[in-house]
Ligand binder design. Structure first.
Ligand code: IVH
Length: 667
């Protein structure tokens, strides 16, 4: 076998792996530019070696995002990808190529944003949405219609006139920066892995099996291509303007460009201006406007000859590594963090960047005092992407991962099947204890006023609280012995602790810091197990029978309750009076607490059903009404409250409360 053939085989394997990481796992291991470089190298080598041609080579397909659980549907027109360019010169070459391909005709080009999300094909018949399908492998994709219907910016019924009886429209589903930040903040709070960028968040969200959750996350969609017979115009731009008039979101950045200098100006302008857009973009797309010219130019096996993408360079800076610190999280996971000489990157000063875990640290091969590349690109969290080896100081040693916990000295253990190291000293390691206390008192858990990060530390260091149950043994007198504690702050904490006795069971479960039990899982558990006794005695097999509880979560729950300290903690919390069971409708009792109040229910709920809430309103003297008016006293809102209702409520200044607030109200 020649060296070149061996390289072809190695490249095919490597690219298949990257395709899987990118499309299936939503977790790319290399950046797009590097991927394109490898793909080009493979395509060039394959062209030289037809004797090893293979229909299944990664050069012959466009990557798959097919997931189990969705029905697969064949595309009417295959969904291709775009060729990439990285410089103005390459875009100019593309335009010249199209003109040559059209025997010297001039072309009008349409310049567009390349939205960084996940592509979607939506079919409309007689003005109604009938199906939405992901790109999949380009030939067939997943039917995600139910999820797409939750995206409010995509019309279900078209407006205006002039649309063909049947057509397909393609676009990009995106998660706007604001929604992305919100989602990641929630995930951080729940200690769920963060999405690296809005693209991963958008494609991950679109593949959820729970349309209500999809709706909650705030996806959006921009459309950029119309396909079908009897389209309204003979050119792309006018077709898109018609699509806009039918109700589709078509970006108003779409522009007709009549010369190469128009194209160059467009690139220069958007290279910076794109940062002001509400959604992530990773480049621009240039398309030949005339449909006749598009048809003449045709397609290669992978992409149209009439369109090209121009990719923005990721923003990158170089700076010196000062030190690496190893941080211990609430669950004992050790995260290496690079402390850097401050450097300006995309408008913010970066001083620290996570190195995630030992494997990533090793791959980068970081030595002490190295000059490191920091990138932001589409990523919100700065990341270290490489080392400038030519700047390495002579004799500098590689940075080693630690083997003992930096906080308590315990020998670290490797988390099974993962790249993470963990400190096993759960009950004796200070940052883990403080982390659990902070989590327990947090707003979304027990919501105990007056205890923040600093106070949690102080309570632990003083020895007053080394376990969450110790919080309920605090007294004003004990608190006032602490530094900087006056009567007022002590009273505030005591009142907060008393109030926390009314916090619903699901938040108590969440507050316990059971690994992998975030807010959503805690809600599911509370709803189905009803009380702590049942939860504590359930084997893995019974837990996995609950919707959305997989073996990993089930084993973690069983593991947690198999530890004596944890059982003891729960007993003490129970004795202190915390809610250890789900409140049933009849238990909410009858009262006149809602006497004379008119209440509208809107959205979907997780603790009780809509009917149960109706019953509770009536049992407590209130009146449930279906529509909002001046007479409405308040709205009990779940997730996905309709936008029309929300607008009306805001106009009339009506108070909106969530289910927890409602339950507290009638207790
Ligand atoms: S045109 C045959 N226009 O980029 C036409 N694609 O790398 C192909 N994308 O799969 C698509 N913004 O997901 C087109 N304005 C835009 C786009 C766009 C984002 C995505 C799309 C496509 C990928 C190609």
């Amino acid at each position: 076998m020649t060296d070149e053939v061996a390289r072809i085989i190695a490249l095919r394997e490597e690219l298949n792996r990257h395709n899987h990481s990118y499309y299936v796992l939503n977790s790319p291991r290399i950046d797009d530019r590097e991927f394109d470089r490898l793909m080009k190298e493979l395509a060039d080598l394959e062209a030289r070696h037809p004797e090893v041609a293979d229909d299944l080579s990664p050069t012959r397909r466009v990557g798959s995002d097919i997931t189990r659980g969705f029905t697969q549907v064949a595309h009417v027109y295959p969904m291709l990808s775009l060729g990439n360019t990285y410089s103005v010169g390459e875009v100019d070459d593309f335009i010249r190529r199209t003109e040559t391909g059209l025997a010297g005709e001039t072309v009008t080009i349409v310049g567009e944003m390349k939205f960084d999300g996940t592509s979607i094909s939506v079919i409309y018949e007689n003005g109604r949405m009938v199906r939405a399908v992901t790109r999949g492998d380009g030939e067939k994709g997943d039917d995600v219609t139910e999820n797409v219907k939750t995206i409010r910016s995509i019309p279900l019924k078209l407006t205006g006139s002039g649309y063909p009886d049947m057509f397909e429209i393609r676009g990009e589903i995106v998660l706007p920066w604001k929604a992305f930040d919100k989602l990641n903040r929630e995930r951080e709070f729940n200690e769920e892995p963060l999405f690296a960028n809005p693209r991963n968040a958008a494609s991950g969200t679109l593949k959820l099996q729970n349309p209500a959750e999809v709706g909650r996350r705030g996806l959006d969609a921009y459309f950029y291509y119309l396909l079908g017979e009897n389209l309204p115009a003979d050119n792309h731009f006018d077709n898109m303007m018609a699509a806009r008039s039918w109700g589709f979101k078509v970006s108003d950045t779409m522009t007709r460009l009549n010369s190469i200098s128009d194209v160059d100006r467009f690139i220069n302008y958007w290279d910076t201006a794109r940062k002001e857009l509400p959604v992530a973009t990773d480049g621009l797309v240039f398309k030949v406007n005339s449909l006749r010219q598009q048809l003449n130019l045709g397609y290669t096996a992978k992409s149209p000859r009439w369109a090209i993408a121009y990719k923005f360079a990721a923003e990158r800076a170089m700076t010196r590594l000062r030190s690496i610190s190893f941080e211990v999280g609430r669950m004992g996971i050790i995260t290496p963090v690079a402390n850097l000489d401050p450097v300006l990157l995309s408008g913010t000063i970066v001083k620290r960047a996570s190195l995630h875990n030992e494997d990533i640290m090793r791959q980068l091969d970081i030595h002490c005092d190295d000059m490191l590349y920091v990138e932001k690109g589409g990523e919100i969290i700065p990341k270290i992407t490489g080392v400038e080896v030519s700047e390495r100081l002579p004799g500098s040693e590689p940075v080693e991962f630690i083997s003992n916990c930096p906080a308590c000295g315990a020998q670290l253990v490797r988390v099974e099947g993962e790249a993470a190291w963990q400190c096993p000293n759960k009950y004796g390691c200070p940052p883990q204890i403080a982390g659990r206390i902070e989590h327990f008192v947090g707003r979304r858990a027990m919501d105990i006023d007056g205890i923040g990060e600093e106070t949690a530390q102080q309570l632990m260091v003083s020895g007053l609280v080394s376990n969450i149950a110790d919080l309920y043994d605090l007294t004003e007198a004990k608190l006032m012995e602490l530094d900087r504690f006056a009567l007022k702050s002590a009273e505030r904490i005591m009142a907060g602790l008393r109030r926390s006795l009314d916090v619903p069971f699901e938040r108590v479960i969440f507050a316990l810091s059971i690994p992998f039990v975030g807010e959503t899982v805690a809600k599911k558990l509370a709803r189905s197990v009803k009380n702590i006794e049942t939860l504590m005695s359930m084997p893995v097999g019974q837990l996995t029978a609950i919707d959305d509880i997989g073996p990993k979560i089930a084993e973690s729950i069983v593991g947690y309750f198999s530890v004596d300290t944890n059982r003891e903690t729960v007993r003490r919390l129970q004795a202190a009076g915390l809610r250890m069971e789900t409140v049933t409708v009849s238990e909410t009792g009858n009262s006149d607490k809602l006497e004379g109040k008119t209440i509208v229910i809107s959205g979907t709920f997780s603790l009780h059903s809509r009917d149960e809430y109706k019953e509770m309103i009536e049992r407590n003297g209130g009146r449930n009404s279906g529509s909002i008016s001046k007479k409405t006293d308040f709205i009990l809102a779940g997730e996905n409250m309709g936008p029309a209702k929300l607008e009306k409520a805001q106009k009339l200044g009506i108070v909106i409360i969530d289910e927890n607030q409602f339950l507290e109200m009638i207790h």
